[in-house]
Write a protein that binds this ligand. Structure first.
Ligand code: IPE
Ligand code: IPE
Ligand code: MG
Length: 240
């Protein structure tokens, strides 16, 4: 009897390699980001097809503000254009979008687009696409710690009330299950300040392919890789 293949409930992807993809083609870095949007579409389609319920994409880190202004502006512009072009279609596909990150430093236009895509897709229920945008795992843990300290100082909770569940409830990812599978494209093997708390027991996968080349077949290959993993959570299994 064949066993059912394990499907990750939550896949999180660090979309890396856009700049190198562009450089290989003698193009400007922002052209790599533009090409990367097609891979976002492919990942969403493949996630829905594979029965993944949550897909988180790391689109812009807090550290990325330090890149040249022209590149940052091109990414912001691309975000706005993509939201305008895709919001209705995502809603039709059953994809609800949630933006995770600090709502600071954005222009009024970007804030408006964040609001637009979250409102347009709010009722969709097949897949939740979480876009980590101006996201920093350390920053979210600092903000959670401050919020808890404030509740203790107001006497609303005691320090003994602070456990994993309560801490997680103060993170930007509140309500989102922990990722089962974290993929980083482009062969870099680091997390770059992404979901540090939430990925404690995630399976990690670092394919060489650059993000603009990550198509549906690559997503399916990743799903096969996940199915081969044995998750132990610190316990022992029967066969070892
Ligand atoms: C990832 O691609 C996209 C963002 C960080 C916004 P990069 O722009 O980091 O591409 P590389 O790593 O320079 O190739
Ligand atoms: C991480 O990629 C951030 C995103 C993919 C959005 P970076 O390219 O910014 O990370 P480093 O600098 O290689 O660690
Ligand atoms: Mg990079």
């Amino acid at each position: 009897m064949s066993q059912e293949r394990a499907i990750p409930k939550h896949v999180a992807i660090i979309m890396d390699g856009n700049g190198r993809w562009a450089k290989q083609r003698n193009k400007e870095r922002y052209e790599g980001h533009i090409a990367g949007v097609e891979s976002v579409r492919a990942a969403v389609r493949a996630a829905v097809r594979n029965g993944v319920e949550w897909l988180t994409l790391y689109a812009f880190s807090t550290e990325n503000w330090g890149r040249p202004t022209a590149e940052v502006e091109a990414i912001m512009e691309l975000f706005c254009r993509t939201v305008m072009g895709e919001a209705d279609d995502l809603a039709r596909q059953g994809v609800r979008v949630r933006i995770m990150g600090e709502r600071t430093r954005f222009t009024a236009k970007v804030l408006e687009m964040i609001d637009h895509i979250e409102r347009t897709t709010a009722e969709a229920d097949k897949l939740t696409l979480v876009l980590a945008f101006n996201y920093s795992a350390r920053r979210e843990m600092i903000l959670a710690t401050r919020a808890l300290a404030e509740r203790v100082s107001k006497g609303e909770i005691t320090t003994d009330d602070i456990d994993e569940e309560r801490f997680a409830s103060e993170l930007m990812s509140r309500g989102i299950p922990d990722p089962d599978f974290v993929i980083r494209t482009s062969g870099e093997c680091r997390l770059s300040n992404f979901l540090l708390w939430q990925s404690s027991y995630a399976e990690l996968y670092f394919p060489e392919v650059l993000w603009p080349d990550f198509d549906e077949a690559e997503f399916d290959k990743a799903m096969e890789e996940y199915a081969r993993r044995e998750r132990r959570y610190g316990l022992v299994t029967e066969d070892c």
